[in-house]
Design a protein around this ligand. Structure first.
Ligand code: HEC
Ligand code: HEC
Ligand code: HEC
Ligand code: HEC
Length: 455
């Protein structure tokens, strides 16, 4: 009898161990298309409940009065939120603290002695994040509709959002003739633990590689996608399904995955979502790379980037579509879009010049060129003096383009000095440098070239 009990127990244990790899039932389905088309959503009410609990929007703080002095009348450094009343401004700061750094508090971004100081990288990043959030809500309605996003959509009370992605470390050089396995056989959660390439994001959420799997004809006459591209497409699709907590049929009619005719409207929303994630990564996240400490960077030296899971976190609409952004009008429209501030006059001294440039141009406009006169005079007077030229650019927009501009501007200044009679051997050119202070990009002092005579 005892032996029998032991055998039964052992069998039970083996069965549970074997089943641990599978999902415990029950499993339910919801029909989402015509009967017989296989358009069903499979879900497990138990795991669905856990996901639901983790995706509740917090209550908004009480409204503040729009009356009284404006933040810009009281504070020094508020280019983005200065139009709010002091009460509304404080309410927004309190909310941001709850969303990003509830434990560390205000000092996660602020130097306590001087709240106007931009010394902490977190504040510089937060300012750009405010702009990114405004841009999503104002310009990506094709994806976020009127629901919109706040910092909480991604951050959920954490400084670094739970779901971000890095470019994988480059493969180690192989001496054993195995060759490049193209990121395969490295099962990652991002591709559903399958043997698909380990970077389904880089080609689509940074680059603009075409999403697709092969040609329209039976014979290989017009194959638009290689095997690698096909596998990358499937990798991305696994991620789309996982991050939204849905099956492929949420967006596709399985009769034909390529065909748009007869697909659910969610696929169109998803199409915009792919473009939005790409835009946010290229225009906002990647240009901030230099602001982050190295401890925040990935194995390839890149910054943590956005994918569908960053906002969605396992749910078809982030926070089940709770319209929490509505309670924060300051995050709804873009505070500063175009750069219209006039250039300040150049700084013109005997030992130092600072020249300012217009947007996207390496040409010295108006009075700016005169800023070199005094410095050129002292260079010509002292044949041994050396002069150092440094070009600066803002952190807004495309980094490579900005660096090239800063370089061209430095060349413009060098050429002006050579033309004025300074020998080339006395000129030193620095590498282009990014200014952190002006992440917003509207401040013309970020687009400058500094010229200093070395002691
Ligand atoms: C996640 C980062 C972050 C946190 C946390 C944060 N702030 Fe700020 N704070 C900013 C940014 C960014 C600005 C600049 C806003 C702008 O550009 O309009 C700012 C500006 C300010 C200013 C204006 C200072 C000046 O003179 O220019 C005050 C005051 C302020 N915050 C108070 C607070 C308080 C109080 C808290 C805590 C309840 C707080 N902040 C938490 C990011 C943060
Ligand atoms: C679409 C998603 C998304 C939204 C919305 C968003 N962020 Fe971020 N945030 C990120 C990502 C991605 C990073 C990079 C993670 C890292 O710090 O390495 C980041 C980083 C930050 C950091 C740096 C934290 C650190 O310790 O390195 C701060 C501060 C921050 N965000 C503030 C904000 C504020 C304030 C808002 C709202 C105005 C906001 N974010 C909205 C995705 C988002
Ligand atoms: C959230 C919506 C969504 C989900 C879920 C989804 N897809 Fe897609 N799928 C899309 C969109 C959008 C495109 C077109 C992308 C583009 O052209 O930019 C696409 C394209 C494809 C293509 C390429 C078709 C062609 O043009 O060659 C295939 C294949 C595909 N999906 C398969 C799948 C599979 C398999 C799954 C489940 C693992 C899946 N998809 C889940 C939205 C989705
Ligand atoms: C910045 C945050 C954010 C990111 C990143 C994001 N989404 Fe969304 N998404 C939203 C919001 C907010 C909604 C809700 C819009 C609404 O209420 O109609 C939404 C809605 C959707 C819907 C419609 C769901 C439905 O049932 O109507 C789909 C599909 C979707 N997203 C797919 C994606 C895919 C795929 C990606 C990645 C390529 C992505 N999203 C990235 C914020 C985001």
């Amino acid at each position: 009898m005892r032996a029998l009990l032991h055998t039964a127990l052992a069998a039970l244990l083996t069965a549970t161990t074997l089943l641990a790899g599978c999902e415990r039932p029950p499993v339910d389905t919801v029909q989402r298309g015509y009967r017989g088309t296989g358009m069903e959503l499979v879900y497990n009410p138990r795991t669905a409940l856990a996901v639901a609990e983790a995706n509740q929007a917090p209550a908004a703080p009480e409204d503040a009065s729009p009356d009284g002095p404006k933040a810009r009348d009281i504070y020094k450094n508020v280019p983005l939120l200065g139009h709010l009343s002091v009460g509304e401004f404080t309410r927004q700061m309190v909310a941001i603290t709850a969303w990003i750094s509830p434990v560390e508090g205000c000092n996660y971004c602020h130097v306590p002695e001087n709240l106007a100081d931009d010394g902490k990288y977190t504040k510089v990043v937060a300012r750009r994040m405010i702009q990114m959030t405004q841009h999503v809500n104002a310009d990506w309605k094709a994806h976020v509709a009127e629901t919109g996003v706040t910092c909480y959509t991604c951050h959920r009370g954490k400084a670094v959002p739970e779901n971000v992605w890095f470019v994988p470390a480059p493969p180690r050089a192989n001496a054993n003739f195995i060759g490049d396995k193209a990121g395969q056989n490295t099962p990652l959660k991002t591709v559903g633990l399958s043997s698909l390439p380990n970077d389904p994001f880089g080609p689509y959420l940074l680059g603009a590689q075409t999403i697709g799997v092969g040609g329209a004809t039976a014979l290989p006459s017009d194959h638009v996608a290689s095997i690698v591209q096909t596998e990358q497409t499937y990798g991305l699709m696994m991620h789309l399904s996982n991050s939204l907590g849905v099956n492929c049929t949420y967006c596709h009619n399985t009769r034909n995955f390529k065909e748009w005719d007869g697909t659910p409207p969610q696929r169109t929303t998803a199409w915009h979502g792919i473009r939005m994630a790409r835009d946010l990564n290229n225009e906002y996240i990647v240009p901030l790379t230099k602001n982050f400490p190295s401890s925040r960077l990935g194995p390839a030296g890149d910054v943590a980037k956005i994918n569908c899971a960053t906002c969605h976190q396992g749910v078809y609409k982030p926070l089940y579509g709770a319209p929490m952004a509505k309670a924060f009008p300051a995050l709804q429209s873009v505070a500063l879009r175009t750069v219209s501030a006039p250039l300040p006059p150049p700084i013109s001294e005997a030992q130092r010049s600072v020249l300012y440039f217009g947007i996207d141009t390496p040409v010295l406009e108006g009075e700016q060129a005169k800023g070199l006169d005094q410095l050129v005079a002292s260079m010509i007077a002292d044949k041994n003096a050396k002069v150092r030229i440094s070009g600066y650019h803002s952190a807004t927009g495309d980094l490579a383009h900005n660096e090239e501009l800063a370089k061209q501007r430095a060349f413009t200044v060098r050429d002006a000095m050579l033309a004025a009679g300074v020998p080339e051997s006395q000129v030193i050119l620095d590498k282009p440098a990014q200014t952190a202070a002006n992440v917003a990009g509207e401040d013309p002092t970020a687009r400058r070239v500094e010229v200093v005579i070395e002691k």
